[in-house]
Design a protein around this ligand. Structure first.
Ligand SMILES: [Zn+2]
Length: 435
């Protein structure tokens, strides 16, 4: 009899082999780009040129840039431009019956749906495997994914993974998840640090020691690591915590090598620029800039100089680990405020952002906690919007029947004094400044 991990590995790679090994080929391509940086750079340059030509010759939006070959000739792309005319970004060269749809909640409350060709989807899976391998996390290893995942748990079970929904964290959730980690000898966790941290604290408070678990690594995803979080998780589980920076619509943009706090940019898949906040010019190393990304595999809807809404600081020095290539020192703009349900349970920010995610017609929204049981949803919508009932019901289900939720339609979401426009505000914890 063979173990579940080996069986899973054989099934996964066997299925890939029968399809002509598309994942293996992409995985080798990513691996070679990092192992041989010169080759990686020239391949990325060829892919970039091909993408720019493809965009100009097959999309309505980029038609007027035909003949331009330099990335800097192209405008920085804001999400609202795509939202206003998604059809204009769709390439006429791809088979529309065969697209993969990805939704993005957008950290600034601008939900959107984008399309990939199947090859992009395969590439993103290969990138996941490649960056997982940095921690020794290979296909078949038992893992727990602690994220909001509308796709459900069946696919993760096939990969020897457990899906743990962290929408509401309370004592029952903590105890159930603690037991799941122990009883199943879970080796890796992929999840929001804001969910893994309370779990780690809970296990320590119960007297657990690292050797009571079988954990070999934690991938912190989707949120910035708040100081102290990494240390608390390592103290509880005795394994490294590696921060992964990515976006639904772009895949993995950067990941730390083993926890030395510099993020290696995914140069095999993207061109990442850091531009000043007030003008479209590159910032110097050490200065904070907007993360602007060109996705080299965005054939269905070309994303050229796409403004992610995140901020980061680049490093002048290469990473001490010896792997060459650009490195980000800090990534910001992924921190959001926390809110609680009327019973006092912490509600995960991504559970909030998944409520409006797939509803058409929302330009921006902001969810505000004003009192222990009072909430305000600010909505900026297009005139044909008619999903308020569905949206209200989802928030009510998430927060419970005691929650009083007001919906207010606005012309625009007002930015804070900092210029940021967070999609979650907690006025109870951070009262708005008057005057
Ligand atoms: Zn490194």
């Amino acid at each position: 009899m063979i173990g579940a991990g080996l069986a899973c590995r054989l099934r996964f790679w066997g299925a890939d082999l029968r399809r002509g090994s598309p994942i293996v080929r992409q995985l080798l391509d990513v691996r070679r780009s990092f192992a041989d940086p010169d080759r990686g750079r020239s391949l990325a340059a060829i892919r970039l040129k091909r993408l720019l030509q493809h965009a100009c010759s097959t999309t309505v939006h980029y038609r007027e840039w035909a003949g331009r070959n330099e990335l800097a000739d192209f405008p920085v792309l804001q999400k609202r431009v795509i939202q206003a005319d998604p059809e204009g970004f769709l390439s006429s060269a791809v088979d529309r019956r065969n697209l993969v749809t990805v939704s993005t909640s957008g950290s600034y409350g601008a939900p959107m749906r984008l399309h990939w060709v199947v090859e992009t989807y395969i590439r993103r899976r290969a990138e996941l495997l490649y960056f997982g391998s940095w921690l020794g996390f290979h296909v078949g290893a038992r893992f727990a994914q602690i994220t909001v995942h509308p796709g459900g748990s069946a696919r993760l079970r096939q990969l020897n993974g457990f899906l743990v929904d962290p929408s509401v964290i309370n004592e029952e959730w903590l105890e159930t998840t603690r037991r799941l980690l122990k009883e199943n000898r879970v080796a890796f966790i992929v999840g929001y640090p804001s969910s893994v941290r309370p779990l780690a604290d809970f296990c320590r408070a119960r007297g657990d020691k690292p050797h009571d678990f079988n954990l070999r690594g934690v991938v912190a995803s989707s949120e910035a690591l708040i100081p102290g979080t990494r240390e608390a998780i390592t103290a509880a589980f005795g394994c490294p915590v590696v921060d992964r920076y990515g976006a639904n619509e772009l895949g993995i943009l950067a990941q730390e090598c083993r926890g030395d706090r510099s993020h290696h940019v995914n140069v095999a898949g993207h061109v990442v620029e850091l531009l000043a906040r007030d003008r479209d010019e590159a910032v110097r190393p050490g200065e904070i800039g907007r993360v602007v990304v060109t996705d080299l595999f965005s054939y269905a809807m070309p994303l050229i100089r796409y403004d992610t809404g995140d901020l980061a600081v680049g490093c002048a020095e290469p990473c001490p680990c010896g792997l060459p290539g650009p490195v980000l020192a800090r990534i910001e703009g992924r921190t959001v405020e926390e809110i609680r349900d009327p019973a006092g349970n912490l509600v995960n920010p991504l559970a909030i952002s998944s409520c409006p995610k797939d509803l058409a017609g929302i330009i921006q929204y902001q969810f505000v906690q004003r009192s222990p049981d009072g909430y305000l949803l600010r909505l900026q919508v297009i005139s044909s919007f008619h999903e308020e009932g569905v949206l209200r019901e989802r928030f009510q289900r998430l927060l419970g029947p005691q929650a009083r939720i007001d919906v207010r339609y606005v012309e625009a979401i007002p930015p804070l004094a900092s210029g940021k426009r967070p999609y979650i505000l907690n006025e109870l914890a951070n009262p708005p400044r008057k005057g």
